[in-house]
Design a protein around this ligand. Structure first.
Ligand code: P6P
Length: 338
C-alpha cells in the first residue's frame, strides 16, 4: 500500500516554472536561463565526481587571467557553462573569472533579443580539486541596461542590488544548487541516480547569530587591527565563546555551511591584498544577495556589498558575510580600531 500522504518533493524544473509567475510580464526567458544553468551543473558535477579517475585533474599548464594556474576542471567547467548559456540564446552576454573580457553572445539570426547577462565563477576553490575538497560554481544574473545592439561593459558593471537572480552549486558529499530570484533562498539536492535536483531546503534563513568563524588565520599578522581584535574576540572564554574556527579554503563550501548553521566568512584586505582577494562581480555580489535574502548581512567592513558600483570586471573587494549580528560585530571592531 503506497503511502499517498508523502508528496514527491518538487523538482527544480517544476519550482522554476511555478515561480515564473513571481516575475511581472515574465516571458519565461529567466526560467530558460535557470534551466540552462541546471543542465550545466549536472554535466560539471559528473566530471567533478570522478575527477580522480579521468585525466581531468591536475593543472593544464595554462594560467587564467588571474595568473592562477588553471586546473583542467576549471577549463571544463568554464566551457560547459558558457556553452549551455550560448546554445539556448538565453543571454546576450557572459563574463567569467576565467576570461579576461566579457563574451558577446550572438544569436544565430544575429538578432539577440535576450535581456539578461550572466557572470560566473565556474569553479571556485579549484585549487582544492586534486585533494577532493568541495568546490563550487557561483552565478549572478542581471537585466541588461544598454538598449540595443551588442551587450556593453555597462551591462556587467552594475551594483549587486540590481541582480535579478544569483546562486551557487556546491559539489560535495551531495551536490546542491542554491539560488534566489529576490523572493527568498531555496536549496535543491541532486539525486545522481535520476539526474534530478529536488527541493530539499525550502526558504533558507541564516541564523541571526552563530558560533563559526571562517577566515585564513595564517594571514593574521598582516590583518588590519579591527580584524585582529575580532579574531581575539572569537577566541575569548566569555559568554557564548570561544567560537569554532572552520575554514575550507573554498568560499562556496564555507558559505554554504554558515548559511545553514549560522556563522561568518571574512576575507579582509591586508598588506598582500590591499583590496582583498575575492572578486566583487562573480563571487561577492551573488553570495551577498543570497545572504541578505536569507536574513544575513554582507559588507566590505564599511559599506553594503550590494551598493558598490563596480568600475572593472575583475575588481576585488574585502568581504565579510554571514549572520547579521556577527557581521555587525566585525564592523564595530573595524570602525573602533585604534
Ligand atoms: P586563501 C578560492 O581561491 C577563493 O577564491 C575562495 O573560494 C576561498 O575562500 C579563498 O579564495 C581562499 O583563499 O588565500 O585563504 O587560500
Amino acid at each position: 500500500m503506497t503511502n499517498t500522504k508523502t508528496k514527491n518533493p518538487q523538482t527544480l524544473g517544476e519550482f522554476i516554472i511555478e515561480k515564473q509567475a513571481d516575475f511581472q510580464y515574465s516571458s519565461g526567458e529567466l526560467s530558460r536561463l535557470l534551466s540552462s544553468i541546471k543542465l550545466a551543473a549536472k554535466v560539471v558535477n559528473q566530471q567533478v565526481n570522478k575527477a580522480g579517475l579521468v585525466d581531468i585533474v591536475g593543472a593544464m599548464g595554462n594560467h587564467n587571467i588571474q595568473g592562477e594556474e588553471q586546473q583542467k576542471l576549471d577549463v571544463f567547467a568554464n566551457e560547459t557553462f558558457i556553452a549551455a548559456l550560448n546554445n539556448r540564446e538565453v543571454v546576450c552576454g557572459i563574463a567569467s573569472e576565467e576570461n579576461e573580457d566579457y563574451i558577446k553572445v550572438h544569436a544565430k539570426d544575429n538578432v539577440n533579443l535576450s535581456k539578461y547577462v550572466v557572470l560566473i565563477d565556474p569553479l571556485d576553490g579549484s585549487s582544492n580539486i586534486d585533494v577532493n575538497v568541495n568546490v563550487g560554481t557561483i552565478f549572478s544574473i542581471y537585466r541588461r541596461t544598454s538598449l540595443e545592439g551588442s551587450v556593453q561593459a555597462e551591462d556587467f558593471l552594475q551594483p549587486g542590488k540590481n541582480q535579478v537572480a544569483a546562486g551557487y552549486i556546491v559539489y560535495g558529499s551531495s551536490t546542491m544548487l542554491v539560488y534566489t530570484t529576490g523572493n527568498g533562498v531555496n536549496g535543491f539536492t541532486l539525486d545522481p541516480s535520476l539526474g534530478t535536483f529536488y527541493l530539499s531546503h525550502p526558504n533558507i534563513q541564516i541564523p541571526k547569530n552563530g558560533k563559526i568563524y571562517s577566515i585564513n588565520e595564517g594571514n593574521y599578522i598582516k590583518f588590519p587591527q579591527g580584524i585582529k581584535k575580532y579574531i581575539k574576540y572569537c577566541q575569548e572564554e566569555n559568554e557564548d565563546r570561544p567560537y569554532t574556527s572552520r575554514y575550507i579554503g573554498s568560499l562556496v563550501a564555507d558559505f554554504h555551511r554558515n548559511l545553514l548553521k549560522g556563522g561568518i566568512y571574512i576575507y579582509p584586505s591586508y598588506s598582500n591584498a590591499p583590496k582583498g582577494k575575492l572578486r566583487l562581480l562573480y563571487e561577492c555580489n551573488p553570495i551577498a544577495l543570497l545572504t541578505e535574502q536569507a536574513g544575513g548581512k554582507a559588507s566590505n567592513g564599511f559599506h553594503r556589498i550590494l551598493d558598490i558600483t563596480p568600475s572593472e570586471l575583475h575588481e576585488r573587494t574585502p568581504f565579510i558575510c554571514g549572520s547579521k549580528e556577527m557581521v555587525e560585530k566585525v564592523e564595530y571592531f573595524i570602525k573602533n580600531a585604534k
